[in-house]
Ligand binder design. Structure first.
Ligand SMILES: [Zn+2]
Ligand SMILES: [Zn+2]
Length: 221
Protein backbone atom coordinates (compact mmCIF):
# COMPACT_ATOMS: atom_id res chain seq x y z
CA UNK A 1 0.00 0.00 0.00
CA UNK A 2 1.30 3.47 -0.85
CA UNK A 3 1.86 5.86 2.01
CA UNK A 4 1.41 9.63 1.95
CA UNK A 5 2.19 12.25 4.60
CA UNK A 6 -0.70 12.79 7.02
CA UNK A 7 -2.89 15.75 6.04
CA UNK A 8 -2.03 17.33 9.38
CA UNK A 9 1.70 17.21 8.62
CA UNK A 10 1.90 20.67 6.99
CA UNK A 11 0.19 22.16 10.07
CA UNK A 12 2.21 20.32 12.73
CA UNK A 13 4.14 23.44 13.71
CA UNK A 14 0.89 25.30 14.37
CA UNK A 15 -0.45 22.67 16.76
CA UNK A 16 -0.50 23.62 20.42
CA UNK A 17 0.61 20.50 22.30
CA UNK A 18 -1.25 21.71 25.40
CA UNK A 19 -4.41 22.48 23.42
CA UNK A 20 -7.62 20.53 22.89
CA UNK A 21 -9.11 20.51 19.39
CA UNK A 22 -12.69 20.10 18.23
CA UNK A 23 -13.72 19.12 14.70
CA UNK A 24 -14.33 22.80 13.95
CA UNK A 25 -10.91 23.79 15.20
CA UNK A 26 -9.21 21.12 13.12
CA UNK A 27 -11.24 22.25 10.10
CA UNK A 28 -10.11 25.85 10.64
CA UNK A 29 -6.50 24.70 11.01
CA UNK A 30 -6.38 22.77 7.74
CA UNK A 31 -8.75 25.02 5.80
CA UNK A 32 -11.53 22.46 5.42
CA UNK A 33 -15.25 22.40 5.99
CA UNK A 34 -16.15 20.78 9.35
CA UNK A 35 -18.09 18.09 7.47
CA UNK A 36 -14.87 16.96 5.79
CA UNK A 37 -13.17 16.57 9.14
CA UNK A 38 -16.15 14.54 10.42
CA UNK A 39 -15.77 12.30 7.38
CA UNK A 40 -12.02 11.91 7.83
CA UNK A 41 -12.61 11.03 11.45
CA UNK A 42 -15.37 8.53 10.73
CA UNK A 43 -13.14 6.86 8.13
CA UNK A 44 -10.49 6.34 10.77
CA UNK A 45 -7.93 8.92 9.63
CA UNK A 46 -8.09 10.72 12.99
CA UNK A 47 -7.95 7.98 15.63
CA UNK A 48 -7.49 8.64 19.33
CA UNK A 49 -10.27 11.15 19.96
CA UNK A 50 -11.79 11.61 23.36
CA UNK A 51 -15.46 12.20 23.86
CA UNK A 52 -16.28 15.36 25.76
CA UNK A 53 -19.66 15.88 27.37
CA UNK A 54 -20.92 19.35 26.61
CA UNK A 55 -22.19 21.54 29.47
CA UNK A 56 -25.60 21.92 27.81
CA UNK A 57 -25.90 18.25 26.96
CA UNK A 58 -24.69 16.27 23.97
CA UNK A 59 -21.16 15.14 23.37
CA UNK A 60 -18.40 15.85 20.90
CA UNK A 61 -15.11 14.37 19.86
CA UNK A 62 -11.96 16.23 20.82
CA UNK A 63 -8.29 15.56 20.23
CA UNK A 64 -5.38 16.76 22.33
CA UNK A 65 -2.79 18.79 20.49
CA UNK A 66 -0.24 16.19 21.55
CA UNK A 67 -2.29 13.42 19.92
CA UNK A 68 -2.71 15.41 16.70
CA UNK A 69 1.03 16.11 16.59
CA UNK A 70 1.68 12.38 16.83
CA UNK A 71 -0.82 11.66 14.02
CA UNK A 72 0.74 14.42 11.89
CA UNK A 73 4.11 12.69 12.08
CA UNK A 74 2.72 9.33 10.95
CA UNK A 75 2.24 8.77 7.20
CA UNK A 76 -1.13 7.45 6.10
CA UNK A 77 -1.48 4.12 4.37
CA UNK A 78 -4.34 4.18 1.99
CA UNK A 79 -5.68 2.67 -1.17
CA UNK A 80 -7.94 5.05 -3.01
CA UNK A 81 -11.28 3.31 -2.89
CA UNK A 82 -13.48 5.76 -4.74
CA UNK A 83 -16.55 3.70 -3.96
CA UNK A 84 -15.88 3.77 -0.23
CA UNK A 85 -14.67 7.31 0.48
CA UNK A 86 -15.93 10.72 -0.60
CA UNK A 87 -13.70 12.51 -3.13
CA UNK A 88 -13.02 15.34 -0.63
CA UNK A 89 -11.80 12.78 1.89
CA UNK A 90 -9.61 11.08 -0.71
CA UNK A 91 -8.11 14.41 -1.72
CA UNK A 92 -7.05 15.01 1.89
CA UNK A 93 -5.34 11.66 2.02
CA UNK A 94 -3.50 12.25 -1.19
CA UNK A 95 -5.60 11.30 -4.24
CA UNK A 96 -5.11 13.84 -7.02
CA UNK A 97 -7.39 12.35 -9.66
CA UNK A 98 -9.57 14.93 -11.48
CA UNK A 99 -12.67 13.98 -9.50
CA UNK A 100 -11.00 14.39 -6.10
CA UNK A 101 -9.32 17.62 -7.20
CA UNK A 102 -12.67 19.02 -8.29
CA UNK A 103 -14.26 18.08 -4.96
CA UNK A 104 -11.42 19.81 -3.13
CA UNK A 105 -11.74 22.97 -5.23
CA UNK A 106 -15.46 23.05 -4.53
CA UNK A 107 -14.87 22.63 -0.81
CA UNK A 108 -12.27 25.42 -0.73
CA UNK A 109 -14.66 27.73 -2.53
CA UNK A 110 -17.52 26.90 -0.16
CA UNK A 111 -15.28 27.55 2.79
CA UNK A 112 -14.10 30.90 1.40
CA UNK A 113 -17.70 31.89 0.87
CA UNK A 114 -18.67 30.84 4.38
CA UNK A 115 -15.85 33.02 5.73
CA UNK A 116 -16.91 35.87 3.44
CA UNK A 117 -20.48 35.49 4.70
CA UNK A 118 -19.28 35.77 8.30
CA UNK A 119 -17.13 38.82 7.52
CA UNK A 120 -19.83 40.63 5.52
CA UNK A 121 -23.21 39.23 6.60
CA UNK A 122 -26.56 39.94 4.98
CA UNK A 123 -27.62 42.73 7.34
CA UNK A 124 -24.37 44.63 6.72
CA UNK A 125 -24.78 44.14 2.98
CA UNK A 126 -28.25 45.66 3.22
CA UNK A 127 -26.88 48.55 5.26
CA UNK A 128 -24.21 49.27 2.64
CA UNK A 129 -26.82 49.13 -0.14
CA UNK A 130 -29.17 51.44 1.78
CA UNK A 131 -26.38 53.94 2.41
CA UNK A 132 -25.26 53.92 -1.23
CA UNK A 133 -28.86 54.26 -2.33
CA UNK A 134 -28.97 57.36 -0.12
CA UNK A 135 -25.98 58.77 -2.04
CA UNK A 136 -23.22 57.70 0.36
CA UNK A 137 -20.07 56.87 -1.64
CA UNK A 138 -19.26 53.15 -1.44
CA UNK A 139 -16.06 53.61 0.59
CA UNK A 140 -17.89 55.70 3.19
CA UNK A 141 -20.80 53.27 3.28
CA UNK A 142 -18.38 50.39 3.90
CA UNK A 143 -16.69 52.18 6.75
CA UNK A 144 -20.04 53.13 8.28
CA UNK A 145 -21.11 49.48 8.14
CA UNK A 146 -17.76 48.48 9.65
CA UNK A 147 -16.56 46.33 6.77
CA UNK A 148 -13.38 46.68 4.70
CA UNK A 149 -13.97 48.19 1.27
CA UNK A 150 -12.23 45.14 -0.21
CA UNK A 151 -14.94 42.92 1.29
CA UNK A 152 -17.61 44.95 -0.49
CA UNK A 153 -15.96 44.83 -3.91
CA UNK A 154 -14.71 41.29 -3.30
CA UNK A 155 -18.26 40.09 -2.72
CA UNK A 156 -19.45 41.85 -5.88
CA UNK A 157 -16.95 39.76 -7.86
CA UNK A 158 -18.72 36.47 -7.20
CA UNK A 159 -22.16 37.36 -5.85
CA UNK A 160 -24.02 38.52 -8.94
CA UNK A 161 -27.14 39.46 -6.98
CA UNK A 162 -25.19 41.72 -4.67
CA UNK A 163 -23.18 43.19 -7.56
CA UNK A 164 -26.36 44.09 -9.35
CA UNK A 165 -27.93 45.62 -6.24
CA UNK A 166 -24.77 47.66 -5.62
CA UNK A 167 -24.81 48.88 -9.22
CA UNK A 168 -28.48 49.70 -8.94
CA UNK A 169 -27.91 51.66 -5.70
CA UNK A 170 -24.87 53.33 -7.27
CA UNK A 171 -26.99 55.17 -9.80
CA UNK A 172 -27.80 57.60 -7.01
CA UNK A 173 -24.11 58.49 -6.80
CA UNK A 174 -23.99 60.38 -10.07
CA UNK A 175 -22.60 63.80 -9.18
CA UNK A 176 -25.08 65.29 -11.61
CA UNK A 177 -28.00 63.13 -10.61
CA UNK A 178 -29.09 60.13 -12.65
CA UNK A 179 -31.89 62.27 -14.15
CA UNK A 180 -29.37 64.71 -15.59
CA UNK A 181 -28.92 64.28 -19.37
CA UNK A 182 -25.14 64.39 -18.83
CA UNK A 183 -25.22 61.33 -16.53
CA UNK A 184 -23.45 58.43 -18.26
CA UNK A 185 -21.34 60.70 -20.44
CA UNK A 186 -17.65 61.53 -20.85
CA UNK A 187 -17.83 64.99 -19.23
CA UNK A 188 -19.57 63.57 -16.17
CA UNK A 189 -17.09 60.69 -15.83
CA UNK A 190 -14.10 63.03 -16.23
CA UNK A 191 -15.49 65.82 -14.10
CA UNK A 192 -14.76 69.44 -14.53
CA UNK A 193 -11.40 70.26 -12.96
CA UNK A 194 -12.40 73.15 -10.75
CA UNK A 195 -16.15 72.84 -10.59
CA UNK A 196 -17.17 69.23 -10.42
CA UNK A 197 -15.70 65.96 -9.16
CA UNK A 198 -15.23 63.09 -11.61
CA UNK A 199 -18.31 60.92 -11.33
CA UNK A 200 -18.11 57.31 -10.20
CA UNK A 201 -21.83 56.67 -10.16
CA UNK A 202 -23.10 53.56 -11.89
CA UNK A 203 -24.23 55.32 -15.06
CA UNK A 204 -20.93 57.09 -15.56
CA UNK A 205 -18.91 53.96 -14.76
CA UNK A 206 -20.97 52.09 -17.32
CA UNK A 207 -20.23 54.79 -19.88
CA UNK A 208 -16.53 54.36 -19.11
CA UNK A 209 -16.71 50.57 -19.42
CA UNK A 210 -18.54 50.77 -22.73
CA UNK A 211 -16.18 53.37 -24.14
CA UNK A 212 -13.06 51.35 -23.27
CA UNK A 213 -14.71 48.29 -24.80
CA UNK A 214 -15.24 50.23 -28.01
CA UNK A 215 -11.66 51.51 -27.94
CA UNK A 216 -10.38 47.95 -27.56
CA UNK A 217 -12.64 46.68 -30.34
CA UNK A 218 -11.47 49.50 -32.64
CA UNK A 219 -7.82 48.70 -31.88
CA UNK A 220 -8.37 45.05 -32.76
CA UNK A 221 -10.12 45.65 -36.06
ZN1 LIG B 1 -9.53 10.36 -6.56
ZN1 LIG C 1 -22.46 60.19 -13.11
Amino acid sequence: MPTVPHFLAPYAAQLDPAGVYTVRQIAALIGAQPQSVYNLSSHGFLPGARVRVLPRGGREKVWTGKKLARLAARPIQVTYHHDRYSPATLYRVGCRCPNCRAAHTKESQERKRALAEAAFPAEKRQLVLDLVEAQTPVAEAASEAGVPLAAVYGRALWDAVFAEALDEAGWSLCVLGSDDPMCSSAPAYRGNQSKRDPCRGTGCREWRRESSRQTRAAAQS
